[in-house]
Design a protein around this ligand. Sequence first.
Ligand code: PEP
Ligand code: MG
Length: 919
Amino acid sequence: MAKYVYFFGGGKAEGRGDMKEILGGKGAGLAEMANLGMPVPAGFTISTELCTVYYQHKGKFPPGLRRDVDRAMARVEKIMGMQFDDPVNPLLVSCRSGARRSMPGMMETVLNIGLTSKTIPALIAKAGNARFVYDAYRRLIQMYSDVVMEKAAGIEPPEGKGVRQQLEREMAKLKEARGVKLDTDLTVDDLNGLIEVYKAKVQEVLGKPFPDDSDEQLWGGIAAVFRSWNGKRAISYRRIEGIPDDWGTAVNVQAMVFGNMGDTSATGVAFTRNPATGDGHFYGEWLPNAQGEDVVAGTRTPNPLNEATRPAGTEHLPSLEQAMAKTYKELVAHRNKLERHYRDMQDIEFTIQEGRLWMLQTRVGKRNGPAAVRMAVEMHKEKLITAQDAVLRVTPAQLDELLHPILDPAAEKQAKVIAKGLPAGPGGACGQAVFTASDAVAWAKQGKRVILCREETNPEDVEGMRAAEAILTARGGMTSHAALVARGWGKCCIVGAGALKVEPEHKQFQVGGVVVKEGDWLSLNGTKGVVYPGQLPMVVGTEENPNFAAFMKLCDKVRRLGVRANADTPDDARKARQFGAEGIGLFRTEHMFYGKGAEEPLFKLRKMIHSKTLDERRKALDELYPHIKADIKATLEVMDGLPVTIRLLDPPLHEFVPRGEDERTRLAESLGISLDELAARADALHETNPMMGHRGVRLGVTYPEISECWLRGIFEAAAELIQEGKKALPEIMIPVTCDVGELIHQAALVKKVHAETAAKYGMRRIPHLYGTMIEIPRAALRAAEMAQAAEFFSFGTNDLTQMTYGFSRDDIGAFVPDYVEKKLLPADPFQILDPIGVGELIGLGIQRGRATRPNLKVGICGEHGGEPASVKFCHKVGMNYVSCSPFRVPIARLAAAQAVAEDAEKSAKKKGKKLEGDK
Ligand code: PEP
Ligand code: MG
């Protein structure tokens, strides 16, 4: 039989940290820690491959597995000095899931396996503590009946009727009857009685007794963990995160160590750095006399790990540093070792059993955008990682989080605080309160922004959490499963806002005399953990973040591809510079005819397009000219010292034909023609297929005076700026070309207008470049000739995609989503550049163009220029720059840097393989 079982413990392991695909993240981390000589309770991992086999064989284990598990168990027993199912010295084990990529809280765990009427007395005698053993037993019944007997058996009870909830209610009833608040206040007799109640309840709800057999418990646990891979929560999470269904989970069976053996025992979860802010201090939470689930389930608000990271409002809670100073120091040593070893932030679980520290987990910790950026910058400063490593530590989506709004700090100062909680996921959010996950999904579907308000964080709510703008809970800690998930998605999230009284049955919460009902607006500051009523204004927060600037510097150091912005107004140009654009890659001049302040130039443009004779048109262009020049000059001025690619008029003229009666009358009057005549001229502009009609360079061929007007605007604006002491660098771009003849035709106009303007301003030359968009397949194919006339190419991949696929870019909504759903297309090609079809044309175009003109400057200005995968493609085909909307500029800078770092990583791997081969 293939190898499915991997042992670890006693300072060694059969697996390694880089075997995540087979061992899952948890199993790989345990193996690595064991190999590093850390105190890991012995155990074994049953591989993810077995999960696949298990499903292929319809839930049956292959023969031979039992033998391998028995052998591994014997090794565990030897190292731990105890035996599973032994009436004298019994070993208990846990059974935990662990996929390749962490899916916090989405799969199942069973603890304390091996507690039966046969082993319990021995354990009580050994521990000298009946209370602890009964508590462990009631936990086993609770978890096992829920995970193995209910969920894995496919039973789907109605809301609130699950066996776990029913058992929890029994516990709550007992606590109320005894007048105690904490589980730990229940006596031995209370727990013993509760166990009997639990057993009866399990029989009543599930129609089966709780198994009193260690072996049955073990195999039930193993199978249930494998089955939880296909549980509802896990499937939803995989969909959202894009994790393939066939990866499978591993199962880790491990000797139990106990954090609930009294006051010298404890359990905790820690991060080597703060996952919500990136702060470099060791950060975490712990609970004395508790099991791990108590910390992560979010049902108790845990204690802070140390003094340096103690949150406000926890002064009454002891930190681990205070309470168990020696063990804390030991833990810090492990923290340092792990971070140095992995060179990344680790998410650690530990247990202290009667003063002895055990490490239960290490994995790369999830973090939100601001934390990812800060960690990358600081780890690079600490020389833990290189600049190339640093740029790979932040995903484009995480960087995007920093470009999103936060609550306006000025408005916050004025606003009333209604509640405070733990800042589990930073950033700001505004939305309407909803109280169930399904409402969050339904409201979001209607386009509403919602804040999901819950008593406690609960991984079952994963879809609602995804749909919500933010999450607010009354209970739970920073390391609760749902806080982890929210942070992974970069969601604003506040947990443990203890003053909230959440009443989901009434769809409201109360806090300090205020009632917030479903649909009421809330504003959350997830960075501080503060809740405000109403809707506060938001602002973009990058200026407040010095790490953002430092991180972008690292990206710039690594990348080779230039990044420009598509900008059509001085405001956009300013924004582009702020975000680090190195020029404008597309200035769509027609935008001066749209929107606010466009009435005057638009009217004059309309006059021009409704002109019939050359004379009429010239007159109209003369009127229009000052607007064109002023508009171009304003943007060139903002971009002082940086190149600006200015495109001549591109859209079909009929787009500007007025529809309103008043507009038509005014226009007819101004032209001195009748309304009928105007209508006739407008009709003549009508085209059946305007996208492929009289537009772009074709206008300049039929009406050279239009091109001349634009060219004069460009040259005069540049000449004036230069004479004012500025550096204007216009790049003239001809749109929608398909043949070099068009470029030669327009180049003559450029030459003429340049000569006239230079003479007018007494200059020898006005600096400029002349080039074209490549957005028609023929232009890409004939690039060798196009480059004879063009000094630069800019790939207009919106039109190039449209014309390569033959998909109308304005009508894809009707069929492209269907194509993607049916996997006929890997993605919408208008969003992610098609690397093999459109991409082949681009590659060809560059190669042929540069064969003619080796220093041909090449860029992209379609929407793809700000999409990370497409940016990486542009790097690969050797473009000089990408151009995208100003807000995407940082994303493009990051993606360009990642392209270099990924190349380096790949070639290092190849080299490594070669070296291995040489040995
Ligand atoms: C393009 O076609 O890719 C382009 C940038 O031009 P527009 O979107 O203005 O057609
Ligand atoms: Mg175009």
